[in-house]
Design a protein around this ligand. Sequence first.
Ligand code: ZN
Length: 225
Amino acid sequence: MTIPFITQNSVVFECRTGTLHVGDLVNDPVRYVVSSTGICHLPASAIVPADNAAHSFSVDNAQIFFIDSDHYETIATAVSDNGNITPNHDLYAKLRALHKTQFGYVVAGELFDCPFDSDGTFALDLSQLREGLPDKIVGFATDEQALLRRIISSMNTLVCASCFSAEIMSHPELGGSPVGPGKKKDWSLAMANHAIASGWTAIPEEGGFGEITPLCPVCKTQRES
Ligand SMILES: [Zn+2]
């Protein structure tokens, strides 16, 4: 069975020793004591903004790892040795197999309707932790609106992965960035729709932004011809 370590609506990881290290591998991780064992999952809503709260952790490079304490040093060192590129799903898959540990990983904006959509200080609401896989495993949405939204939500801009010169940086009415708490979701969706209306697309293909390739109207037409 292939375990979906990233789904659209939850993060999946293994708890083995009862201590989970959570963080971005740049700042010191925070340790959570967990009573669940084996494969567990947390819904997107369990990653909450938490300035100065107990068990909060800082994120400065838009990613969060969930690693059982036995393997934290090994995984953190291996990711660091490979340049700490965000995200590097091929490397993470190799490390999970090599070290036989199923750590979890989320990049900002990757989970839909998740408060973690940019750098900041966060904490986990472990009351939402459940053993096993999510009941409903939702894979990455592959329609162009969802793909564009994932890039925009993470990068706050959209650059063509083919010509690297075309860019959409702001919405005609909403401007260049989400304004106000909770507005990022609405803004990134409006931006995705604006990009589609302007002739952009995104395809689920390696290149540009991880496993997504955004294309401007000119490059989209060239590819189709
Ligand atoms: Zn282009």
